[in-house]
Every structure is written in C-alpha cells, then in structure tokens.
Design a protein around this ligand. Structure first.
Ligand code: SF4
Ligand code: SF4
Ligand code: F3S
Length: 265
C-alpha cells in the first residue's frame, strides 16, 4: 500500500481493441482496482480521459521522468511497409513511437495475438507487413500474453505478479508466462474423458453434440493450443468456447489465422 504505483503506458497499434475489452472485464482482481489502485495508467489511447497534444506529451514525459521504471503494454502491432504509414498515431508512424517509448521501459507486455504473433492483419499475404513487436523491440524483456483476446484474469494476473514480485514471471521458450501457458487446452478439457473413450461429435447438432462429446473431429485445436481456457475459463470462470459447444480455434497460437480451416465439417 505504501509503494508508489508503477507507471504503465499502454499503446495501441493495428488491432481490434478486444484485448482492452477483455481486460476491463477482469473480476479477480477487478480491472478498476488494477487501474485505480495498483498501477498508474498514464497513457492508454482507449481508456484515458485526455486526448490530443496533452495526451501525446505523456509518451515523452514518462520515459524521461522514470527511465527503467515503467512498463510498456502493447496491444496490436506495427505495420512496417511504406515506412509504417499504415498505422499513424498522433501524426507519427506507430512503429516510431513504439521504439521510442520502449527504449527506456523496464519491461514490455505484448497483449494478445496481434502484439505477440501478428494475427489477422498479418494474414497471408500480409500487405502492410504487420509485424509482432518482438521483431521491432529486441533489447527488452517481452512478456507475450497471447490469445485473441487473452483471458481477462490472465492479463490482470500477469500485471499483479509483476507488481507483487517486482520481476517478470517465468516464461517459456516463446516468451509466454508458464503459470498460464504451460498446458494445452486438451490437457484439462472437461470433454477429455470422451476423447479418451473415442466418443466424438461427428456432425453439428448430432446426438454426440447434445451429449457433450469431444469436438476433435469437428476441428477442435485444443490438443495443440497452449492457454488457460480450460482451467481459468472466461467471464469470471463461467465457460469457454468448448463448453459453449464450439471447438477451440487455437487463438493463442502463432499463425492460427492462416492455419485453418476452423471447421473440419
Ligand atoms: Fe483484437 Fe485479437 Fe488483436 Fe486482441 S489479439 S486486439 S482481440 S485481434
Ligand atoms: Fe481435446 Fe478439444 Fe476434445 Fe476438449 S474438445 S478433449 S480440447 S479435442
Ligand atoms: Fe482461444 Fe481456444 Fe481458448 S479458441 S479462447 S484458446 S479455447
């Protein structure tokens, strides 16, 4: 309670804003407590009240005042073609602003599939050269929190960990926090007993679908997807795609947008 709140600058490149939509729905901790009590969210194109020159000045001021102390959180990614002209923020290419704000950051969080891997705007043939942020920021610890979007409590959980322990959580070889991304959806899926018993949904709305059988034959990518959906779940632990009768499309995996089809029938 006596610690000064750590400054966070949250930048948005090419993205859809649903990572923010997910974040504001965190129940444990509540997003409002993260923003108002745990961190000092000094810049966020989506959530801040200020706008225009006043807001943009914060991106110069915080790195100058708190070198090596603030966290840069990035939603979306920079397109590199045409000198970054496909994403202009406050009159400058996003890629330029991203590099400049990253230069003095303590650590960088890559929210979602956009910042971590590229996502739909990087879909083949990727005309704007939308590029994951770790290809542009190469000298800082980057914590990848993939998903399209990531689970709200995973997002706030990563921030809580960093504030509590003052360090980056343990990451896997691809930069993802092990505490949320060390298991496949398939490992803890409640439909797994049906998979093991060879009981599959064979077509949408067949008897197997009504009985809650395994969705593997309908294209479920749970066996190759690392994420916490089958344990943490969504909407405060209420459900997740498979529980709603839809196979996992692997939205936290690199290249999921090009690795279809999402449905095998
Ligand atoms: Fe939207 Fe998905 Fe990108 Fe998040 S990762 S901003 S949900 S497209
Ligand atoms: Fe695995 Fe998907 Fe079947 Fe669940 S529904 S057991 S994740 S294949
Ligand atoms: Fe995404 Fe699969 Fe979870 S589609 S939301 S990783 S169940």
């Amino acid at each position: 309670e006596t610690k000064p709140r750590i400054p966070v600058l949250w930048m948005h490149g090419l993205e859809c804003t649903c990572c923010s939509e997910s974040f504001i729905r965190s129940g444990h901790p509540l997003a409002k407590d993260v923003i108002l009590k745990m961190i000092s969210l000094d810049y966020d194109d989506t959530l801040m009240a200020s706008a225009g020159y006043q807001a943009e000045a914060i991106l110069d001021e915080i790195p100058r005042k708190y070198p090596g102390e603030y966290i840069l959180a990035v939603e979306g990614n920079p397109p590199l073609n045409e000198d970054g002209m496909y994403c202009i923020v406050g009159g400058k290419p996003f890629v330029e602003k991203l590099k400049s704000v990253a230069a003095n950051a303590k650590a960088v969080i890559a929210w979602g599939a956009c910042a971590s891997w590229g996502c739909v705007q990087a879909a083949h043939p990727n005309p704007t050269a939308a590029t994951p942020i770790d290809k542009v920021i190469t000298n800082k610890p980057i914590i990848k929190v993939p998903g399209c979007p990531p689970i709200a409590e995973v997002m706030t959980g990563v921030i809580t960990y960093m504030l509590t322990f003052g360090r980056v959580p343990e990451l896997d070889g691809r930069g993802r926090p092990l505490m949320f991304y060390s298991q496949r959806i398939h490992d803890k899926c409640y439909r797994r007993p049906h998979f093991d018993a060879g009981e599959y949904v064979e077509s949408w709305d067949d008897q197997g679908a009504r009985e809650g059988y395994c969705l593997y034959k309908m294209g479920c990518k749970g066996p190759t997807t690392y994420n916490a959906c089958s344990t943490v779940r969504w909407n405060g632990g209420v459900s997740f795609p498979i529980q709603s009768g839809h196979g996992c499309i692997g939205c936290s995996e690199e290249g999921f947008w090009d690795n279809g089809p999402f449905y095998s029938r």
